[in-house]
Design a protein around this ligand. Sequence first.
Ligand SMILES: NC(=O)C1=CN([C@@H]2O[C@H](COP(=O)(O)OP(=O)(O)OC[C@H]3O[C@@H](n4cnc5c(N)ncnc54)[C@H](OP(=O)(O)O)[C@@H]3O)[C@@H](O)[C@H]2O)C=CC1
Ligand SMILES: CC(=O)N[C@@H](CCC(=O)OP(=O)(O)O)C(=O)O
Length: 348
Amino acid sequence: MVKAAVIGASGYAGQELVRLLYHHPEAEIVYLGSRSLEGNPLSDSFRSMADSDRYRFRASNLRDAAEEANIIFLALPHGIAAGAVDKEILQKAKVIDLGADFRLRSLDAYRLWYHLDHPGGSVFDSAVYGLCELHRKAIAPARLVANPGCYTTCSILSLAPLLAEGEIDLSMPIVVDAKSGVSGAGRSPGEAFHFPECNESLKAYKVGTHRHTPEIEQELSLLAGTQVTVQFTPHLVPMNRGILVTAYCRPNGKAEALRIEELYRTFYADEPFVKILGKAEGLPETRWVRGSNRCDIGFYYDERTGLLMVIGVIDNLVKGAAGQAVQNMNIISSLPETMGLTNYAMFP
Ligand SMILES: NC(=O)C1=CN([C@@H]2O[C@H](COP(=O)(O)OP(=O)(O)OC[C@H]3O[C@@H](n4cnc5c(N)ncnc54)[C@H](OP(=O)(O)O)[C@@H]3O)[C@@H](O)[C@H]2O)C=CC1
Ligand SMILES: CC(=O)N[C@@H](CCC(=O)OP(=O)(O)O)C(=O)O
Protein backbone atom coordinates (compact mmCIF):
# COMPACT_ATOMS: atom_id res chain seq x y z
CA MET A 1 0.00 0.00 0.00
CA VAL A 2 1.33 3.46 -0.94
CA LYS A 3 1.33 5.94 1.94
CA ALA A 4 0.70 9.25 0.20
CA ALA A 5 1.21 12.84 1.32
CA VAL A 6 -0.12 15.88 -0.54
CA ILE A 7 1.54 19.23 0.19
CA GLY A 8 -0.51 22.13 -1.15
CA ALA A 9 -3.65 20.08 -0.59
CA SER A 10 -5.91 23.14 -0.45
CA GLY A 11 -5.26 24.09 -4.11
CA TYR A 12 -6.96 22.86 -7.26
CA ALA A 13 -4.30 20.33 -8.21
CA GLY A 14 -3.97 19.24 -4.55
CA GLN A 15 -7.71 18.65 -4.23
CA GLU A 16 -7.81 16.70 -7.47
CA LEU A 17 -5.05 14.51 -6.03
CA VAL A 18 -7.08 13.98 -2.87
CA ARG A 19 -10.11 12.99 -4.98
CA LEU A 20 -8.09 10.41 -6.95
CA LEU A 21 -6.05 9.05 -4.03
CA TYR A 22 -9.15 8.69 -1.84
CA HIS A 23 -10.60 6.19 -4.34
CA HIS A 24 -7.30 4.51 -5.25
CA PRO A 25 -7.33 0.88 -4.10
CA GLU A 26 -3.60 0.78 -3.28
CA ALA A 27 -3.12 4.25 -1.75
CA GLU A 28 -3.71 5.58 1.72
CA ILE A 29 -3.64 9.32 2.36
CA VAL A 30 -1.45 9.86 5.44
CA TYR A 31 -0.65 13.57 5.26
CA LEU A 32 -2.44 16.63 3.84
CA GLY A 33 -0.40 19.82 4.08
CA SER A 34 -1.84 23.33 3.86
CA ARG A 35 -0.77 26.55 5.56
CA SER A 36 -4.16 28.26 5.31
CA LEU A 37 -6.26 25.26 6.42
CA GLU A 38 -3.92 23.71 9.02
CA GLY A 39 -5.97 22.04 11.74
CA ASN A 40 -9.24 22.02 9.77
CA PRO A 41 -11.03 18.78 8.84
CA LEU A 42 -10.88 18.14 5.08
CA SER A 43 -14.66 17.75 4.90
CA ASP A 44 -15.25 21.27 6.37
CA SER A 45 -13.44 23.01 3.54
CA PHE A 46 -14.22 20.55 0.75
CA ARG A 47 -17.79 19.52 1.32
CA SER A 48 -17.82 17.22 -1.69
CA MET A 49 -15.59 15.05 0.53
CA ALA A 50 -18.27 14.93 3.23
CA ASP A 51 -17.68 11.27 4.05
CA SER A 52 -13.98 11.78 4.66
CA ASP A 53 -14.04 13.43 8.10
CA ARG A 54 -11.11 11.36 9.35
CA TYR A 55 -8.70 13.65 7.43
CA ARG A 56 -7.37 16.91 8.83
CA PHE A 57 -5.05 19.41 7.19
CA ARG A 58 -1.66 19.69 8.83
CA ALA A 59 1.30 22.05 8.47
CA SER A 60 2.74 22.31 4.96
CA ASN A 61 5.90 20.58 6.16
CA LEU A 62 7.82 18.39 3.78
CA ARG A 63 10.09 16.90 6.47
CA ASP A 64 7.18 15.85 8.65
CA ALA A 65 5.43 14.36 5.61
CA ALA A 66 8.57 12.36 4.74
CA GLU A 67 8.44 10.67 8.18
CA GLU A 68 5.01 9.20 7.42
CA ALA A 69 4.68 8.90 3.66
CA ASN A 70 6.55 6.90 1.07
CA ILE A 71 5.32 9.12 -1.78
CA ILE A 72 4.97 12.89 -1.44
CA PHE A 73 3.07 14.92 -4.00
CA LEU A 74 4.01 18.59 -4.15
CA ALA A 75 1.21 20.78 -5.52
CA LEU A 76 2.85 24.14 -4.83
CA PRO A 77 3.59 27.23 -6.89
CA HIS A 78 6.87 26.92 -8.78
CA GLY A 79 10.00 28.20 -7.07
CA ILE A 80 9.36 26.41 -3.75
CA ALA A 81 10.22 22.77 -4.51
CA ALA A 82 13.63 23.73 -5.98
CA GLY A 83 14.90 24.71 -2.52
CA ALA A 84 12.77 22.36 -0.43
CA VAL A 85 13.48 18.91 -1.87
CA ASP A 86 16.84 17.60 -0.64
CA LYS A 87 18.72 14.30 -0.41
CA GLU A 88 17.48 13.59 3.12
CA ILE A 89 13.85 13.83 1.99
CA LEU A 90 14.48 11.71 -1.08
CA GLN A 91 16.11 9.00 1.07
CA LYS A 92 12.90 8.70 3.07
CA ALA A 93 10.25 9.20 0.37
CA LYS A 94 9.83 9.51 -3.37
CA VAL A 95 8.63 12.90 -4.56
CA ILE A 96 6.29 13.72 -7.44
CA ASP A 97 6.44 17.46 -8.07
CA LEU A 98 3.47 18.93 -9.93
CA GLY A 99 5.22 22.25 -10.27
CA ALA A 100 7.82 23.26 -12.81
CA ASP A 101 11.08 23.30 -10.81
CA PHE A 102 12.52 20.01 -12.08
CA ARG A 103 11.06 19.84 -15.59
CA LEU A 104 13.63 21.71 -17.65
CA ARG A 105 17.02 20.02 -18.10
CA SER A 106 18.70 23.39 -18.58
CA LEU A 107 19.03 25.62 -15.51
CA ASP A 108 19.75 28.56 -17.81
CA ALA A 109 16.42 27.97 -19.56
CA TYR A 110 14.68 27.81 -16.15
CA ARG A 111 16.22 31.11 -15.06
CA LEU A 112 15.39 32.74 -18.39
CA TRP A 113 11.74 31.66 -18.67
CA TYR A 114 10.81 31.60 -14.95
CA HIS A 115 12.79 34.67 -13.88
CA LEU A 116 13.83 32.73 -10.78
CA ASP A 117 17.12 31.35 -9.54
CA HIS A 118 17.53 27.61 -8.98
CA PRO A 119 20.08 25.86 -6.72
CA GLY A 120 20.52 22.96 -9.20
CA GLY A 121 22.75 20.23 -7.71
CA SER A 122 22.44 16.46 -7.51
CA VAL A 123 18.75 16.48 -6.58
CA PHE A 124 17.99 18.49 -9.73
CA ASP A 125 20.17 16.13 -11.76
CA SER A 126 18.31 13.09 -10.47
CA ALA A 127 14.85 14.31 -11.57
CA VAL A 128 13.05 12.44 -14.34
CA TYR A 129 10.52 14.15 -16.61
CA GLY A 130 7.24 12.42 -15.88
CA LEU A 131 5.40 12.31 -19.19
CA CYS A 132 4.37 8.69 -18.72
CA GLU A 133 3.73 7.74 -22.35
CA LEU A 134 7.25 8.79 -23.39
CA HIS A 135 9.43 8.11 -20.34
CA ARG A 136 7.95 5.27 -18.29
CA LYS A 137 11.21 3.24 -18.29
CA ALA A 138 13.16 6.14 -16.78
CA ILE A 139 10.31 7.02 -14.40
CA ALA A 140 10.05 3.53 -12.84
CA PRO A 141 13.27 3.70 -10.74
CA ALA A 142 13.12 7.49 -10.10
CA ARG A 143 12.90 9.04 -6.62
CA LEU A 144 12.05 12.49 -7.96
CA VAL A 145 9.54 12.85 -10.79
CA ALA A 146 8.84 16.18 -12.49
CA ASN A 147 5.18 16.00 -13.45
CA PRO A 148 4.74 17.88 -16.77
CA GLY A 149 2.75 21.07 -17.22
CA CYS A 150 -0.82 20.98 -18.49
CA TYR A 151 -0.35 22.77 -21.82
CA THR A 152 2.86 20.83 -22.37
CA THR A 153 1.29 17.42 -21.78
CA CYS A 154 -1.39 18.13 -24.36
CA SER A 155 0.99 19.72 -26.88
CA ILE A 156 3.68 17.04 -26.65
CA LEU A 157 1.29 14.08 -26.82
CA SER A 158 -0.45 15.69 -29.81
CA LEU A 159 2.78 16.08 -31.77
CA ALA A 160 5.01 13.23 -30.55
CA PRO A 161 4.34 10.65 -33.30
CA LEU A 162 5.08 13.17 -36.07
CA LEU A 163 8.39 14.23 -34.50
CA ALA A 164 9.47 10.71 -33.59
CA GLU A 165 8.87 9.54 -37.17
CA GLY A 166 10.50 12.59 -38.81
CA GLU A 167 7.33 13.58 -40.63
CA ILE A 168 7.56 17.35 -40.10
CA ASP A 169 9.42 20.08 -41.96
CA LEU A 170 11.43 21.60 -39.08
CA SER A 171 12.81 24.52 -41.05
CA MET A 172 9.89 26.55 -39.73
CA PRO A 173 8.46 26.68 -36.17
CA ILE A 174 5.53 24.45 -35.28
CA VAL A 175 2.62 26.70 -34.32
CA VAL A 176 0.90 25.59 -31.11
CA ASP A 177 -2.31 27.42 -30.34
CA ALA A 178 -3.65 26.38 -26.93
CA LYS A 179 -6.72 27.21 -24.88
CA SER A 180 -7.25 26.56 -21.18
CA GLY A 181 -10.07 26.72 -18.67
CA VAL A 182 -9.62 29.07 -15.73
CA SER A 183 -8.75 26.38 -13.13
CA GLY A 184 -5.40 26.20 -14.96
CA ALA A 185 -4.48 29.42 -13.19
CA GLY A 186 -4.91 27.90 -9.72
CA ARG A 187 -7.09 28.87 -6.80
CA SER A 188 -5.38 32.01 -5.62
CA PRO A 189 -7.50 34.99 -6.60
CA GLY A 190 -6.26 37.36 -9.30
CA GLU A 191 -8.06 40.15 -11.10
CA ALA A 192 -7.75 38.48 -14.52
CA PHE A 193 -9.58 35.43 -13.18
CA HIS A 194 -12.37 37.31 -11.41
CA PHE A 195 -15.73 36.19 -12.94
CA PRO A 196 -16.72 39.43 -14.71
CA GLU A 197 -13.17 39.88 -15.98
CA CYS A 198 -12.96 36.55 -17.81
CA ASN A 199 -16.54 35.33 -18.34
CA GLU A 200 -17.94 35.96 -21.85
CA SER A 201 -14.47 36.87 -23.06
CA LEU A 202 -11.55 35.12 -24.70
CA LYS A 203 -7.97 36.34 -24.70
CA ALA A 204 -4.46 35.35 -25.64
CA TYR A 205 -1.87 35.92 -22.92
CA LYS A 206 1.90 35.69 -22.39
CA VAL A 207 2.28 35.71 -26.17
CA GLY A 208 5.82 34.69 -27.09
CA THR A 209 6.86 34.49 -23.42
CA HIS A 210 4.93 31.61 -21.86
CA ARG A 211 7.13 29.36 -19.69
CA HIS A 212 5.73 26.16 -21.22
CA THR A 213 7.47 26.99 -24.53
CA PRO A 214 10.92 25.62 -23.52
CA GLU A 215 9.33 22.53 -21.94
CA ILE A 216 7.50 21.67 -25.18
CA GLU A 217 10.64 22.37 -27.22
CA GLN A 218 12.79 20.25 -24.88
CA GLU A 219 10.64 17.16 -25.31
CA LEU A 220 9.89 17.55 -29.03
CA SER A 221 13.61 18.08 -29.69
CA LEU A 222 14.42 14.86 -27.84
CA LEU A 223 11.90 13.01 -30.00
CA ALA A 224 13.13 14.57 -33.23
CA GLY A 225 16.82 14.24 -32.39
CA THR A 226 17.31 17.85 -33.41
CA GLN A 227 16.34 21.30 -32.13
CA VAL A 228 12.62 21.96 -32.59
CA THR A 229 11.15 25.45 -32.29
CA VAL A 230 7.53 26.11 -31.39
CA GLN A 231 5.48 29.28 -31.53
CA PHE A 232 3.27 28.73 -28.49
CA THR A 233 0.27 30.93 -27.71
CA PRO A 234 -2.01 30.20 -24.73
CA HIS A 235 -5.57 31.54 -24.43
CA LEU A 236 -7.86 31.82 -21.42
CA VAL A 237 -11.36 30.37 -21.98
CA PRO A 238 -14.29 31.01 -19.60
CA MET A 239 -14.82 27.39 -18.57
CA ASN A 240 -13.66 25.57 -15.45
CA ARG A 241 -11.62 22.70 -16.85
CA GLY A 242 -10.08 21.61 -20.09
CA ILE A 243 -7.30 22.33 -22.54
CA LEU A 244 -7.54 22.23 -26.31
CA VAL A 245 -4.41 22.45 -28.43
CA THR A 246 -4.41 23.07 -32.17
CA ALA A 247 -0.94 22.51 -33.65
CA TYR A 248 -0.11 23.57 -37.20
CA CYS A 249 2.80 22.04 -39.07
CA ARG A 250 3.96 21.28 -42.59
CA PRO A 251 4.59 17.60 -43.31
CA ASN A 252 7.74 16.61 -45.19
CA GLY A 253 5.84 14.60 -47.73
CA LYS A 254 2.21 14.38 -48.65
CA ALA A 255 0.22 13.64 -45.51
CA GLU A 256 -2.58 11.36 -46.67
CA ALA A 257 -5.12 11.37 -43.88
CA LEU A 258 -5.17 7.57 -43.63
CA ARG A 259 -1.40 7.27 -43.29
CA ILE A 260 -1.30 9.90 -40.51
CA GLU A 261 -4.07 8.10 -38.67
CA GLU A 262 -2.17 4.83 -39.00
CA LEU A 263 1.02 6.49 -37.71
CA TYR A 264 -0.76 7.77 -34.60
CA ARG A 265 -2.58 4.49 -33.98
CA THR A 266 0.69 2.56 -34.17
CA PHE A 267 2.63 5.00 -31.95
CA TYR A 268 -0.04 4.95 -29.24
CA ALA A 269 -1.18 1.34 -29.76
CA ASP A 270 -0.51 0.29 -26.16
CA GLU A 271 -1.45 3.54 -24.44
CA PRO A 272 -4.59 3.28 -22.32
CA PHE A 273 -4.85 7.05 -21.85
CA VAL A 274 -4.45 8.23 -25.44
CA LYS A 275 -7.40 7.95 -27.78
CA ILE A 276 -6.98 8.58 -31.50
CA LEU A 277 -10.06 9.88 -33.27
CA GLY A 278 -10.32 8.93 -36.93
CA LYS A 279 -12.31 10.82 -39.53
CA ALA A 280 -15.53 8.98 -38.66
CA GLU A 281 -15.27 9.93 -34.96
CA GLY A 282 -15.00 13.69 -35.46
CA LEU A 283 -12.58 16.01 -33.71
CA PRO A 284 -11.73 16.06 -29.97
CA GLU A 285 -13.74 18.19 -27.54
CA THR A 286 -12.82 19.06 -23.96
CA ARG A 287 -16.20 17.89 -22.63
CA TRP A 288 -15.37 14.27 -23.54
CA VAL A 289 -12.25 14.17 -21.35
CA ARG A 290 -13.59 16.15 -18.40
CA GLY A 291 -12.65 14.34 -15.18
CA SER A 292 -10.71 11.66 -17.09
CA ASN A 293 -7.00 10.97 -17.45
CA ARG A 294 -7.29 10.72 -21.25
CA CYS A 295 -5.77 12.73 -24.04
CA ASP A 296 -7.91 12.60 -27.20
CA ILE A 297 -6.18 13.43 -30.49
CA GLY A 298 -7.57 14.10 -33.96
CA PHE A 299 -6.18 15.73 -37.12
CA TYR A 300 -6.98 17.29 -40.46
CA TYR A 301 -4.70 17.60 -43.46
CA ASP A 302 -5.57 20.58 -45.67
CA GLU A 303 -4.49 19.78 -49.20
CA ARG A 304 -5.16 23.38 -50.22
CA THR A 305 -2.60 24.87 -47.82
CA GLY A 306 -0.39 21.82 -47.33
CA LEU A 307 -0.72 22.19 -43.54
CA LEU A 308 -1.47 19.41 -41.10
CA MET A 309 -3.53 20.42 -38.06
CA VAL A 310 -3.40 18.22 -34.97
CA ILE A 311 -6.00 18.79 -32.28
CA GLY A 312 -5.56 17.43 -28.75
CA VAL A 313 -7.63 17.76 -25.57
CA ILE A 314 -7.07 16.93 -21.91
CA ASP A 315 -8.55 17.85 -18.55
CA ASN A 316 -5.87 20.19 -17.18
CA LEU A 317 -6.44 19.02 -13.60
CA VAL A 318 -6.34 15.30 -14.42
CA LYS A 319 -4.02 14.28 -17.31
CA GLY A 320 -2.56 17.80 -17.03
CA ALA A 321 -1.79 17.49 -13.30
CA ALA A 322 -3.18 15.12 -10.63
CA GLY A 323 -4.14 12.19 -12.90
CA GLN A 324 -0.73 12.07 -14.52
CA ALA A 325 0.84 12.38 -11.05
CA VAL A 326 -1.12 9.30 -9.91
CA GLN A 327 -0.12 7.54 -13.15
CA ASN A 328 3.49 8.34 -12.18
CA MET A 329 2.84 7.04 -8.65
CA ASN A 330 1.59 3.77 -10.16
CA ILE A 331 4.70 3.46 -12.31
CA ILE A 332 7.20 4.11 -9.50
CA SER A 333 5.23 1.80 -7.18
CA SER A 334 5.09 -1.08 -9.72
CA LEU A 335 1.30 -0.92 -9.75
CA PRO A 336 -0.82 -1.29 -12.91
CA GLU A 337 -0.54 2.08 -14.63
CA THR A 338 -4.30 2.57 -14.95
CA MET A 339 -5.09 1.72 -11.31
CA GLY A 340 -7.44 4.27 -9.74
CA LEU A 341 -7.60 6.28 -12.95
CA THR A 342 -10.43 4.79 -14.97
CA ASN A 343 -14.17 5.49 -14.99
CA TYR A 344 -13.78 9.12 -14.02
CA ALA A 345 -15.18 10.85 -17.09
CA MET A 346 -18.06 13.24 -16.36
CA PHE A 347 -20.78 14.62 -18.58
CA PRO A 348 -22.01 17.33 -18.94
N1 LIG B 1 -4.14 24.11 -12.05
C1 LIG B 1 -3.68 23.36 -13.04
O1 LIG B 1 -4.40 23.06 -14.02
C2 LIG B 1 -2.30 22.81 -12.99
C3 LIG B 1 -1.40 23.13 -12.01
N2 LIG B 1 -0.12 22.63 -12.04
C4 LIG B 1 0.87 22.99 -11.04
O2 LIG B 1 0.51 22.46 -9.78
C5 LIG B 1 0.94 23.36 -8.76
C6 LIG B 1 -0.28 23.74 -7.92
O3 LIG B 1 -1.19 24.41 -8.80
P1 LIG B 1 -2.67 24.77 -8.39
O4 LIG B 1 -3.24 23.73 -7.53
O5 LIG B 1 -3.36 25.14 -9.63
O6 LIG B 1 -2.42 26.09 -7.54
P2 LIG B 1 -3.31 26.66 -6.33
O7 LIG B 1 -2.99 28.10 -6.24
O8 LIG B 1 -4.72 26.26 -6.52
O9 LIG B 1 -2.71 25.88 -5.09
C7 LIG B 1 -1.39 26.07 -4.64
C8 LIG B 1 -1.31 25.60 -3.22
O10 LIG B 1 0.02 25.82 -2.74
C9 LIG B 1 -0.04 26.36 -1.41
N3 LIG B 1 0.93 27.44 -1.31
C10 LIG B 1 0.91 28.64 -1.96
N4 LIG B 1 2.01 29.35 -1.68
C11 LIG B 1 2.75 28.58 -0.85
C12 LIG B 1 3.99 28.77 -0.19
N5 LIG B 1 4.72 29.88 -0.33
N6 LIG B 1 4.45 27.77 0.62
C13 LIG B 1 3.72 26.64 0.79
N7 LIG B 1 2.53 26.43 0.19
C14 LIG B 1 2.06 27.37 -0.61
C15 LIG B 1 -1.44 26.90 -1.20
O11 LIG B 1 -1.97 26.33 -0.03
P3 LIG B 1 -1.94 27.05 1.39
O12 LIG B 1 -1.93 28.53 1.14
O13 LIG B 1 -3.17 26.55 2.05
O14 LIG B 1 -0.70 26.54 2.01
C16 LIG B 1 -2.27 26.40 -2.36
O15 LIG B 1 -3.26 25.53 -1.97
C17 LIG B 1 1.59 24.54 -9.44
O16 LIG B 1 2.97 24.36 -9.53
C18 LIG B 1 0.96 24.50 -10.82
O17 LIG B 1 1.74 25.12 -11.75
C19 LIG B 1 0.28 21.77 -13.00
C20 LIG B 1 -0.56 21.41 -14.01
C21 LIG B 1 -1.93 21.90 -14.09
C1 LIG C 1 -4.93 29.35 -17.43
C2 LIG C 1 -3.57 29.48 -16.82
O1 LIG C 1 -3.22 30.51 -16.27
N1 LIG C 1 -2.78 28.42 -16.91
C3 LIG C 1 -1.45 28.38 -16.36
C4 LIG C 1 -0.87 27.02 -16.60
C5 LIG C 1 -0.61 26.40 -15.29
C6 LIG C 1 0.01 25.07 -15.38
O2 LIG C 1 -0.58 24.09 -15.24
O3 LIG C 1 1.26 25.03 -15.66
P1 LIG C 1 2.39 24.74 -14.61
O4 LIG C 1 2.19 23.42 -14.03
O5 LIG C 1 3.62 24.85 -15.38
O6 LIG C 1 2.28 25.81 -13.59
C7 LIG C 1 -0.50 29.41 -16.96
O7 LIG C 1 -0.67 29.78 -18.10
O8 LIG C 1 0.47 29.72 -16.27
